[in-house]
Design a protein around this ligand. Sequence first.
Ligand code: NAP
Length: 263
Amino acid sequence: MDLGYAGRRVLVVGASVGIGFATARMLAEEGAELLIASRDEAGIAAAAQRIEAATGRRPATTTADITQAGAAERLLAEAASRWGALDAVVDAVGGSIRSGFEALTDEDWLANYGFNVLSAVRVVRAALPLLRLGNSPSIVLLGAAASRMPYPNQVASNVHKAGLLGLTKTLAGEYAAEGIRVNCVAPGRTLTRLWTDRAAKMAAERNVTAEDVIAEFAHEIPLGRFGQPEEIAAMVLWLSSPRAAYVTGQTVNVDGGIARGLL
Ligand SMILES: NC(=O)c1ccc[n+]([C@@H]2O[C@H](COP(=O)([O-])OP(=O)(O)OC[C@H]3O[C@@H](n4cnc5c(N)ncnc54)[C@H](OP(=O)(O)O)[C@@H]3O)[C@@H](O)[C@H]2O)c1
């Protein structure tokens, strides 16, 4: 199936590693024009190099910390000067704090809100003027299976990722008349830095190996294993493509079956 990415102008935020990187690499394979961003200059340059080596197409790169006011505007100004319009934006920034409820401070809550929700709000708000000038415009946010099945010991991201369900549905309604689609992909446990770091930390605490920790968490997943970043990215690519022109306001789990609720 041709997803229609040839020449499509796409911004991927949070693209140096993990799901954002896999998305950017697969978009390059499909012929998209890319601007990729994350905080660390060396990290995003290395990502561009890896993408070029794998696909022959080198994405444009920039740095931005989208938890900082003004960063999303600067990022989108770069897209504007490069292309004058934007066809799609993917925001792959976010994460959790592993902590019991009572140990979380106001600062923890605000930081996790900034990381998962306000950063997405800012990217979307800054992108809208350019998306209005784009072709088959699309926004894809990265949520989490936890928004439908809260995980123990990570209440802040359970709350904030659930907020993205509401954000996605609300924005989809608000911008449908302009032809701008808004969807969210909700990964389950996926083997990225986020989990390799966490598994290493838990392994040290418990005096077991990181592989033991991953195996323990994989046991709860109906498909019996963690997801690969490319398996999440495949859904991002489809939702963000003109092939999904009749899909908006949806949060799609790609989670090996871990979220067992009906909705
Ligand atoms: N992996 C999972 O198991 C899992 C499960 C559920 C949901 N998710 C969600 O999926 C998304 C991607 O997760 P991932 O596992 O791929 O994460 P990851 O491996 O930690 O990668 C995150 C990416 O975002 C960049 N980034 C982080 N903070 C940023 C900021 N403030 N501004 C700009 N860029 C920033 C990172 O690069 P720099 O550090 O250089 O900035 C990196 O490129 C997140 O929203 C996460 O919550 C992941």
